[in-house]
Design a protein around this ligand. Structure first.
Ligand code: ADP
Length: 226
C-alpha cells in the first residue's frame, strides 16, 4: 500500500521502465505505444547503435562487427551511448528502456546511474519469434514497425504514418536471428530472476494480438502507477 502511494506521487514526476523480452517479443511496438500515451521517451539501445553505425562514428564502426554477428556489443560502448541519451532533457519525466539492460553487468551499470520503477517482461513462445522477426519491416523515416503478415502496411513497402520507405534490418535475416535468440537465452534471460528477486518484475504473456497486448500493458501501468 505504501509502495502504491509512493508510486502515485512518483507519477507526478517520473516513470522509469524497462521492457524485457526476446528479439521479436514486441518490446519496440509496445514501447512506442507507452511513449505516446505517457509522453516519455523510448530509449532503444538498438536504435542508438544503428544511428551510430549509420553516422559511421568510431563507436558505430566497432559496434557493427558485433551486431552483424548477432552478438552483444561490449557493455562499455553501449553504456557510453546510454549515459549521453539519459542526460538529455526529455528524460527528466522518465523513460522506457527498450533493449537495455541485456546482461547482469548492464543491469548493475544502470542501477549506478538511476533507479528503475518497473520491469515489464514480455514472454513469447520461442517458435513464434523467428517468424515474427524475419517478417518485420521498419520505416526508414519514423521507425514505425510492421509485419508482412500480421500488421502489413496499407501500401506495399510504404509507411502508413509518413509514407517513408520500409526496409528489413541487416540483422533480421534467419541466420542472425537464431544467433540473437541464443544470445538472449544465455545472457539476457537471467535478468528475469535478477529483477524478480528485487520485486520489480512483472511478466505479461504475449499470446494474442498487438492491441490485446497493449491493453495488458496499459492495465499493468495503471495498477502500478495510479
Ligand atoms: P532485438 O531486440 O530485436 O535484437 P535491438 O534493436 O534491440 O533488436 O538490437 C539489435 C542489436 O544491437 C543486438 O543484436 C546487439 O548486437 C545490439 N544491442 C542492442 N542493445 C544492446 C545492449 N544493451 N547491449 C549490447 N548490445 C546491444
Amino acid at each position: 500500500m505504501i509502495f502504491k502511494r509512493a508510486k502515485r506521487w512518483n507519477l507526478l514526476t517520473q516513470i522509469k521502465l524497462i521492457l524485457l523480452g526476446a528479439p521479436g517479443s514486441g518490446k519496440g511496438t509496445q514501447a512506442k505505444f507507452i511513449t505516446e500515451k505517457y509522453n516519455i521517451p523510448q530509449i532503444s539501445t538498438g536504435d542508438l547503435l544503428r544511428n551510430a553505425v549509420k553516422a559511421q562514428t568510431e563507436l558505430g564502426k566497432k559496434a557493427k562487427v558485433f551486431m552483424d554477428e548477432g552478438k552483444l556489443v561490449p557493455d562499455k560502448l553501449v553504456l557510453e551511448l546510454l549515459e549521453a541519451r539519459l542526460a538529455e532533457p526529455d528524460c527528466e519525466a522518465g523513460f522506457i528502456l527498450d533493449g537495455y539492460p541485456r546482461n547482469i553487468t548492464q543491469a548493475t551499470d544502470l542501477e549506478r546511474i538511476t533507479e528503475i520503477d518497473l520491469v515489464i517482461n514480455i514472454e513469447v513462445d520461442f517458435n513464434l519469434l523467428v517468424e515474427r522477426i524475419t517478417g518485420r519491416r521498419t520505416c526508414k523515416t519514423c521507425g514505425a514497425i510492421y509485419h508482412i503478415i500480421y500488421s502489413p502496411p496499407k501500401r506495399k513497402a510504404l509507411c502508413n504514418n509518413c509514407s517513408g520507405e520500409l526496409y528489413q534490418r541487416d540483422d533480421d535475416t534467419e541466420e542472425t536471428v537464431k544467433k540473437r535468440l541464443k544470445t538472449y537465452e544465455t545472457q539476457t534471460k537471467p535478468l528475469i530472476e535478477y529483477f524478480l528477486k528485487k520485486g520489480k518484475l512483472r511478466t505479461l504473456v504475449s499470446d494474442s494480438t498487438i492491441d490485446m497486448m497493449r491493453l495488458k500493458v496499459e492495465s499493468l501501468l495503471k495498477e502500478t502507477f495510479y
